[in-house]
Design a protein around this ligand. Structure first.
Ligand SMILES: O=C(O)CCC(=O)C(=O)O
Ligand SMILES: [Fe+2]
Length: 308
């Protein structure tokens, strides 16, 4: 029988203490909630996504990031649509959640370079506080190579400049794009991701630079975890995060991160637009300020808060 039946429920409920930790710290590791069948499916989906880079695939040091893999992989689509992940994120956020987008993060075996400290906020055309990321891996990912966060930085009310993107100071076309987009131009006339090279992100230097956290680790309250397959690492959409490197790893590190939006999240066209919108959104010609619920076909409800 295909698809085989899979356990739709988490192996255990998210606890009130875990919910509190998420809201207080901005991140929490939910231990042992995904059944082995989901870990196997994640492995299958990630291996296909990793074997076939998409047109947006980018390598930052040893870290390869692609965009929207669930749009191409039925296995990853099932993780997003049918696995316990949406329920886990919705319970932690205490909100109905809509699926926004997903990404694979891949470091090949060998010497892992660090993932630099960054905040995801500036990369998405989104505004709002109810944003949560679920990071899952079919691999054991020990503390020294898994994600780290600055505890509480999801509440700093700051949006930092992207690390990626073209530099408007040295690239006149990028500068023109940035200036043209400042007037809240909702779209860039792009029909498909094939046009990515034409309009790929521009660094918005009006935003503050990410602080030098690595250079002053003792000054920050840094949280990290030993991750095991079956765990779900949740972190807030605005938190500062990174991963340590410098480790010789005999195995690759394969991860899938999905981004989920709760009630207060709205579309916000950012001048630099580092990551494109989901392609189906273009047909709607979204305007800044529209709630994501205006686009239910693009951002489906993944889990509804009971009674909402
Ligand atoms: O897996 C990593 O090293 C980075 C992941 C990340 O930045 C994210 O999920 O937003
Ligand atoms: Fe990130």
């Amino acid at each position: 029988m295909y698809p085989p039946p899979m356990p739709a429920e988490p192996l255990r409920p998210v606890t009130p203490e875990e919910v509190r930790a998420f809201h207080r710290d901005g991140a929490v590791l939910i231990k042992a909630v995904l059944a082995p069948e989901w870990v196997d499916l994640l492995c299958e989906g990630l291996d296909v996504a990793i074997a076939e880079p998409d047109v947006l695939s980018e390598s930052l040091g040893t870290l390869r990031v692609d965009q929207f893999p669930a749009a191409r992989s039925p296995a990853l689509r099932r993780i997003v649509d049918d696995s316990p992940v949406p329920e886990i994120v919705g319970c932690a956020l205490r909100s109905t959640v809509r699926f926004y987008m997903d990404q694979p993060f891949y470091k090949p075996k060998g010497r892992f370079l660090p993932t630099p400290w960054h905040q995801d906020t500036c990369y998405y055309n989104l505004a709002g506080h109810d944003l949560i990321r679920a990071w899952v891996s079919p691999d054991r990912v020990p503390r020294n190579v898994s994600l780290e966060v600055v505890r509480g930085s999801h509440l700093w009310n700051a949006t930092y400049s992207p690390l990626a993107g073209r530099d408007p100071d040295t690239d006149p076309a990028a500068k023109a794009m940035l200036e043209g987009a400042v007037a809240d131009r909702p779209m860039l006339g792009v029909e498909s991701y094939e046009d990515w090279t034409y309009w790929s992100g521009v660094k918005d230097k009006s935003l503050p630079a990410v602080p030098d956290i690595e250079g002053h680790r003792d000054s920050y309250d840094i949280l990290g975890w030993d991750y095991e397959p079956g765990d779900v690492l949740l972190f807030h959409g605005h938190i500062l995060h990174s991963a340590l490197g410098g480790v010789e790893s005999p195995t690759p590190r394969r991860a899938h991160a999905s981004l989920w939006a709760g009630q207060d999240v709205r579309y916000l066209h950012r001048p630099g637009q580092v990551i494109p919108d989901p392609v189906a959104l273009y047909a709607h010609e979204p305007r800044s300020g529209q709630p994501l619920s205006d686009f239910p076909d693009v951002f489906p409800v993944g889990w509804a808060l009971p009674g909402s």
